[in-house]
Design a protein around this ligand. Structure first.
Ligand SMILES: [Zn+2]
Length: 85
C-alpha cells in the first residue's frame, strides 16, 4: 500500500535492510526495524538555541536535531544523518 521505503545498506559488509511502513499512518519504527536487521540508531544529538540559564519560559528554548547516527552491528561502520531543516 505504501509506495515509499527506506533502504539502509552497509557497503563495508553488505548488511542491508529495506524498511517499509506497515501502518495506516505511514510511520516507520526506526529503532525496532533497524535492530531486527542488525543495525542500531543512536539517541539523536540535539542542538539548543539561546542561553539556557537566561530563559524563563521553556517554550523559548528551540531544540533541533543536529545529527543521528546509524551503525552496522555486524562490522561497526556507521553513517551520520545531518541537516534536518
Ligand atoms: Zn557492516
Amino acid at each position: 500500500m505504501n509506495m515509499m521505503s527506506i533502504i539502509v545498506k552497509c557497503n563495508n559488509c553488505g548488511n542491508q535492510t529495506e524498511m517499509k511502513s506497515e501502518y495506516v499512518g505511514h510511520q516507520i519504527y526506526l529503532h525496532r526495524l533497524l535492530r531486527d536487521a542488525d543495525f542500531s540508531i543512536d539517541t539523536p544529538n540535539f542542538e539548543y538555541s539561546g542561553e539556557l540559564d537566561e530563559i524563563d519560559d521553556v517554550d523559548d528554548i528551540e531544540v533541533r536535531i543536529r545529527e543521528v547516527r546509524i551503525s552496522c552491528q555486524k562490522c561497526g561502520d556507521y553513517i551520520e544523518l545531518q541537516e534536518f531543516q
